[in-house]
Design a protein. Sequence first.
Lengths: 311, 311
Amino acid sequence: MTVNILFAAPKEDWAAYEAPLTEALAAAGLDTEIGTEMAPEAVDYIVYAPSSEVQDFTPFTRLKAVLNLWAGVEQVIGNATLTVPLCRMIDEEGLTQGMVEWVTGHVLRHHLGMDKHIVNPDGVWEHEAPPIAADRPVTILGLGALGKACARALRGIGFPVTGWSRSPKQIANIQCLHGDTGLAQALRGAQIVVLLLPETRATENILNAQSLALLHRGAVVINPGRGPLIDDAALLAALDSGQVSHATLDVFRVEPLPSGDPYWAHPRVTVTPHVASETRPGSAARVIAENIRRGEAGMPLIGLVDRLAGY
Amino acid sequence: MTVNILFAAPKEDWAAYEAPLTEALAAAGLDTEIGTEMAPEAVDYIVYAPSSEVQDFTPFTRLKAVLNLWAGVEQVIGNATLTVPLCRMIDEEGLTQGMVEWVTGHVLRHHLGMDKHIVNPDGVWEHEAPPIAADRPVTILGLGALGKACARALRGIGFPVTGWSRSPKQIANIQCLHGDTGLAQALRGAQIVVLLLPETRATENILNAQSLALLHRGAVVINPGRGPLIDDAALLAALDSGQVSHATLDVFRVEPLPSGDPYWAHPRVTVTPHVASETRPGSAARVIAENIRRGEAGMPLIGLVDRLAGY
């Protein structure tokens, strides 16, 4: 029997996804019908972007699952009309790989003190080599698919990496901590902190005046996770006091970041426009097809969201 | 019998090396005398910086080997008074590790297009994610200790890496090419080129108008090797024509780079003051001690220079 899939996401996404999804669904051996318009009562699966026009799931009476195109589900998880399984995107080849590149690049940028040479006046020849990575402790908050992959990559380059997560985890050669006492231990003395936690009530403002004070003086904060993980006023105060020497921020409470936001003008803040990583149509289409295959076969879905935990 | 070691390098080096060398020599079980002043005819080994005052090796009548503190030997190899074995520094923990960090960092910087966000005007939110590393071919010229380590690190992050060396080499998951035809093949279509060749007559100006034309249009050149590897006029012309979109240069024909040099003012050139990597006293001292132990035991030395090849 034909499986009906509604692609509910902005138009430009359909342009990017139509070909790879069609190919991936065929490669998965599925007999499917996919499109951007479909009678709600006929839909088996929704491939979904939280920015889509579909906000009321009530009319989708035979819906089996919603497959999110994004890693973050905070904009959809609170939707009371959504009662079927919800999957966040776990796109190892695209999303995770892109995040590893961005995080590794920006950690090395700060570790090496590159900005000095990129922006400083010409003619200044000051020979001073940075310490090696072994002497630069890095802490990653969040050890999900993204945090774990970044932890491994940074450890591979030579950084001593401490990871923190809500529940206990074990990763070879990474100091893994958890819970409230673990958080203080993970932040204490860290020279570079990378935020890769999901956005939940428990993680909001996890980087605040108190936790920022635990860092090594002059630490660097890198946030490719979610804007609300940071108490913005506390971070700006820590930047002004010198407790934090630089912040590179890719995500914000409001995006695009409003033009009057103090982050734009701050000399020790780098704003990047939510480019740290994104789902790549080729690899994401294969993950979606695999999840539909699993759904039809009654197998566990990849990236199934835990509603209680919030991600 | 006591082994006499002359430390012939600038004073600040002695300050950094005295303690780690003393410790490493003792740990190697050697009975040594080491200092910055010693009767030449008593000296068994010289720990050497080419910038040292010692330029005539003739008075050192019982000299067994010269152990260079630097990876490059071009400033000493032509010294006709030096007839005993000469070793270049192979400091995996310090020099090689530092180079891996610098090269990986700058390759990722260019790959991710970081400069745009570091230097550009505030308030510009242009969401455009870079391709993933798998779509960014990188070529490394030189597959010695430094080039090989960088090739492996970049491959580990996901870049397709091609390496080129004078003589054939084999490295897992790296396309290794050699010789003149191999050079053209290695450069053709490369989007990022990293120079890690030794400075010899054969490598001088290896990046010239002809070889630069083989690169992918808009390629990036990264030179942490030696200044003379590049034909400077050809590189400036390629930057102006757009054939090369950016050059990050750590080494130059004259260092410090003179204040009037066109590289300083060029908007698409980043000058770094020879900081890509340097010998680290702790680990380098262990390599020197190990070489003296080997020398006394009649074993092959680490980093022995081939006078014919020039490195």
